[in-house]
Design a protein around this ligand. Structure first.
Ligand code: HEC
Length: 199
């Protein structure tokens, strides 16, 4: 029960916060219209039915058959708008996932980032980002999160172990009712091993 406080609640209005942070994320080298357009694109796809279009039972069956194929499809529908098909991101706006220590490290961090999203100033290698990644907890099933992360952890020269839907489910329980995006401070508090169970 205590453990849920590790990722503290933050009262905020998600939408206002997103817009505010997007406005604040203007950086040298990347024009604001590009960021605005990418976010608008994300908004359109995210509002188009509240899921990636794969029903959970089909996703589960596909996961058993070919998790990487499912993962590539989910990644293309949920992640490429920002991180790009080649996982290189967009300089100054969206961090690369190829070689990303947070993606390739202990499972809880990438899972929490996908479920809750991430905003505010973060350091990636020697580059700073100050963008907005919306949470995907309502958009993706455990199978889809596991597949997309497994795909990304093994694409573009990445070579990290797969992530299972069971692990995603445990992280969902651990996160509990929290809806607000993670910040750099939260990232430091995420456990390195997935909590075994929730009360
Ligand atoms: C709307 C754009 C957008 C979408 C869609 C998006 N992301 Fe992100 N992502 C970002 C931004 C922006 C950041 C950095 C946030 C910050 O600056 O605080 C980020 C950060 C990350 C990080 C941390 C990278 C690092 O090295 O620190 C991971 C991992 C990640 N995203 C994975 C994903 C995955 C997997 C998906 C698809 C399920 C996804 N993202 C969808 C914009 C997006």
């Amino acid at each position: 029960m205590e453990e849920r406080n590790v990722l503290p609640q933050r009262p905020s209005d998600d939408m206002t916060l997103s817009l505010m942070s997007v406005l604040q994320s203007r950086r040298r080298g990347v024009s604001f219209p590009v960021i605005a357009m990418l976010c608008a694109l994300w908004g359109l796809t995210a509002c188009g039915g509240g899921s990636s279009g794969v029903d959970p039972e089909r996703a589960a069956a596909e996961f058993v058959r070919d998790p990487i194929a499912l993962g590539e499809r989910v990644f293309r529908s949920q992640c490429t708008q920002c991180h790009q098909r080649n996982g290189q991101g967009v300089t100054g706006a969206f961090p690369p996932l190829a070689g990303s220590a947070r993606l390739l490290g202990p499972e809880p961090t990438p899972i929490a980032i996908v479920l809750l999203g991430l905003h505010g100033a973060i350091e990636v290698g020697d580059t700073f980002y100050n963008g907005v990644m919306p949470g995907h907890q309502r958009l993706m099933s455990d199978y889809e999160v596991a597949a997309a992360l497994t795909y990304a952890r093994q694409a573009w020269g990445n070579a990290a172990p797969p992530i299972s839907p069971e692990t995603v489910s445990k992280m969902r329980n651990f996160i509990g009712d929290r809806q607000t995006m993670l910040t750099a401070d939260d990232l430091d508090k995420i456990p390195t091993a997935v909590p075994l169970s929730t009360p």
